[in-house]
Write a protein that binds this ligand. Structure first.
Ligand code: DC
Length: 229
């Protein structure tokens, strides 16, 4: 009997293109996708600066005011927080850094992990983040870890932010990506690292179509999308 969860996990560092890929993989396989970074970002924005220093009881009480859900599927999947769509205001570098800080707090990770599992219990999905394959869904059927140098990721992030009308300079962005890598990789709980059974894809010299092709090929070699029903 196949006891693997019908889930595709995509983990990797900031700016590696996980969200775009999760959306494309979900579209190809007819699934929803869960952007867990957006959950951390949204919570970080709601709780505000310095929330990581609050006492655990206080933090738990404040986190309990917010619940997450998914609506729709494929490219049209929408993450809802208290029934309202999570908007692009969470996508700035500042909110990314706030999210990386709050993500070091064990009780915040526990709360979001429980919500991520509850969402996945409703439907098969593509889940992207830092610890999807290692902690949240260790028995997921298909696991991928995407990587690229900080310089390549900073350049991609620059292009994304420029497309959204935000003005940022490359050196600052590279520096911020390195700082966020340090927080994400060195935290004691759920640090960023590939699961032992994940396929590691170095995307430095691949475009989105190249990475998408690699992921879909690997899924078909391991039994195909039928494993996700
Ligand atoms: O993927 P992202 O850049 O939107 O994530 C923002 C921050 O949230 C990231 O720096 C660390 C945290 N995060 C996490 O700790 N675990 C996840 N599964 C997803 C994000």
């Amino acid at each position: 009997m196949n006891t693997a969860l019908p889930i595709v996990t995509l983990d990797g560092p900031a700016g590696v293109g996980k969200t775009t890929l999760a959306r494309r993989v979900a579209e190809n396989l007819g699934l929803s996708y869960l952007d867990t970074g957006a959950m951390f970002r949204c919570l970080a924005l709601k709780l505000g600066r310095g929330a990581e220093t609050l006492a655990e009881d206080e933090l738990r009480a404040r986190c309990s005011q917010w619940t997450f859900a998914l609506a729709g599927h494929g490219q049209c999947t929408t993450l809802l927080c208290n029934n309202m769509p999570v908007r692009s205001e969470v996508r700035t570098e500042e909110v990314g850094m706030l999210a990386a800080r709050i993500a070091t707090v064990p009780c915040v990770r526990d709360i979001l992990c429980a919500m991520q599992r509850a969402i996945a219990a409703q439907c098969p999905l593509v889940a992207e983040g830092r610890d999807m394959g290692t902690v949240v869904f260790p028995t997921a059927r298909f696991k991928f870890f995407l990587d690229a140098t900080p310089e390549v990721r900073a350049l991609r992030r620059l292009q994304d932010l420029e497309n959204q009308g935000q003005n940022v300079d490359l050196a600052t962005l590279t520096d911020k990506i390195r700082q966020r890598d340090a927080l994400d990789r060195n935290r004691p709980i759920a640090p960023l690292r590939p699961a032992k059974d994940a396929l590691v894809v170095d995307t430095s010299n691949l475009d989105i179509e190249g990475v998408l092709g690699t992921i879909l090929h690997h899924i078909s070699v391991l039994g195909g999308p039928d494993q996700l029903r």
